[in-house]
Ligand binder design. Structure first.
Ligand code: ADP
Ligand code: MG
Length: 226
């Protein structure tokens, strides 16, 4: 043992996905005094260093972030509410809504498809989505019968080729929907990303995690007001 810094409870691993979550989390990390010193868009490394030798960042798929944190392979991470609902949130402490990667989960159909009429008539709707849990709950609450078709991406294609009547997908500006001749017909919920923390790590590594959680909280509050 060579002192406090070799203590395993001093090491922190953060799970992030590439793209918008990574980009939007960087300023929050800066607020906590952590600078990621490698760029996941240009490096092929999946474990990135930071200015703090005790803090490393894992680059994983957005949908895998809760799994890494739940099992303690990462101590904490950032994941969208969409992803957390599908995962179930088991074993995860969710202390802060970071107000980043904001968008909404919506129902969209091909332009010209009368969604209201289909719902009114009690027709069985074919719904393609990556978000089967959220979609199932949404339509069950409305009393609409649906056949869910699980997809892993490019949901916009499904109504265009007759695979489904509707999709449940994330929308921000709506330009992807417009580009594919789809219209948003119903908003299901607002989405943003959350800080997730492994429950055991929160206890064992509280001294390291608590200041970071608080810095993230302050930075996201400032962001909300700003
Ligand atoms: P992937 O393509 O692997 O699903 P994304 O970077 O597209 O990864 O999405 C990661 C997370 O970012 C999603 O889980 C969601 O919470 C959020 N997100 C997705 N699409 C948008 C969007 N258009 N605007 C803002 N946030 C989004
Ligand atoms: Mg995407």
């Amino acid at each position: 043992m060579s002192g406090f810094n070799s203590d395993a409870n001093n090491q922190l691993i953060l799970a992030l996905s590439k793209g918008r979550i990574f980009e939007d989390t960087l300023p929050l990390l800066e607020a906590a005094g952590i600078t990621v010193t490698e760029n996941p868009e240009t490096s092929r490394k999946l474990i990135l260093a930071t200015n703090d030798p005790n803090v490393r960042v894992l680059i994983v798929r957005a949908t895998d972030v809760p799994t890494y944190v739940q099992h303690g392979a990462a101590d904490f991470g950032v994941a969208g509410k969409d992803v957390l609902i599908e995962h179930g949130g088991e074993g995860l402490y969710q202390p802060v809504d970071l107000q980043i990667a904001q968008c909404r989960m919506s129902v969209a159909v091909k332009s010209g498809f009368d969604y209201e009429a289909a719902v009114r008539q009690g027709a069985r709707l074919r719904v393609a989505t990556k978000f089967t849990q959220t979609a199932r709950e949404h339509f069950a609450a409305k009393g609409v019968h649906v056949d869910l078709i699980k997809l892993y991406g490019s949901m916009e294609l499904a109504p265009l080729v007759g695979l489904s009547d509707a999709i449940v997908d994330l929308v921000s500006t709506g330009s992807t929907l417009r580009a594919n001749n789809l219209v948003e017909v119903e908003e299901i919920m607002d989405i943003s990303s959350r800080l997730v923390v492994n429950q055991a790590a929160l206890k064992l590594k509280r001294a390291r995690l608590q200041p970071i959680i608080e810095a993230f909280e302050r930075a996201s509050k400032a962001r909300k007001q700003g």
